[in-house]
Design a protein around this ligand. Sequence first.
Ligand code: ATP
Ligand code: FE2
Length: 345
Amino acid sequence: MVNTQKTSSDNESRYCLGIESTADDFGVGIVNFDGDILTNTVDSYVPMEGGIHPREAARHHAEVASKVLCRALTDANIKVRDLTCIAFSMGPGLGPCLRTGATVARALASYLQIPLVGVNHSIAHIEIGKLKTGAVDPVTLYVSGGNTMVTAFESKRYRVFGETLDIALGNCLDVFARHVGLKNQRGLPFGAAVEQLALKGKNFIPLPYVVKGMDLSLSGLLTAATMQLQRGNCTLEDVCYSLQEHAFSMVAEVTERALAHTEKKEVLLTGGVAANKRLQAMLEAIAEEHNVRFNVVPQKFATDNGAMIAWTGSLAYTYGIVTPIEESYVKLRWRVDKVDVPWMN
Ligand code: ATP
Ligand code: FE2
């Protein structure tokens, strides 16, 4: 553990550049060590059709990397020589995409001869949520395209209190949207398209609701929702509405139980699906019932972004965590409970 006594003026002039490349986004963020975000730049890979093809996405990342890096440095109005360290998403995520980001990060750190910091992408979603909302020690519901989990800090680590047993919530919404023929419109995630249709739904259709202990399962719900529509006796709006109600109630139930168990005083909603207003309203209602503070990550930082990697990298670096280049291989299934978070102790 080092450097815990730095003054605020020191922190203002120390900068961490973070690279995000776990899936379809190539993002670069720059923060100072006080948590001011100087820039948060992103270029997203949009598949012509279907889901993300990891190698195609990785090729996109390699193509846009230098352009996004230059834009970020210009935006932040700093020179590469001003950087204190380089952080990158080391996992979990798609192998080819992670490796592309890691290669860029290693090259930069070696060239500038500054430390490299491997960051856990899931923890970065939590930390940016805390930074932007002021939450300190929340029960977190982290819901995205690849992850669905309820975590809270306990015994030196972020512990997983409950999670999906199969697909992630965002993936459930995305696959449903593609199956029913919604088109991938630039700038509008599939989850947001389902949200808009759900607003017009009027009839609640019973679908599978699967919570097992503290875990949940969404694949049966996805299949049943898709089949309902194929049968042709209900509207797309009603199915979107019912799909959301079931899936969101499941994650809310697990979050509520974690809250009761841990007796934490804050709830944080983070990850790409946190942008959903209906999910926000459900969690807010639970928080109110338990008399705890509800926090939701601002939309701009809900989906994958470089700023969250930069901020978490700066926290780790402040507490002496660096990743030697020879140990900087990516970890495709890196769980939050395997990561030291000394800044929380
Ligand atoms: P991770 O690696 O953390 O799993 P990811 O690659 O899935 O991340 P995120 O940007 O965190 O990326 O989340 C993307 C997901 O968020 C997609 O499934 C998308 O459909 C979903 N999403 C975005 N906006 C909304 C919304 N308004 N309502 C529901 N889901 C949304
Ligand atoms: Fe993410």
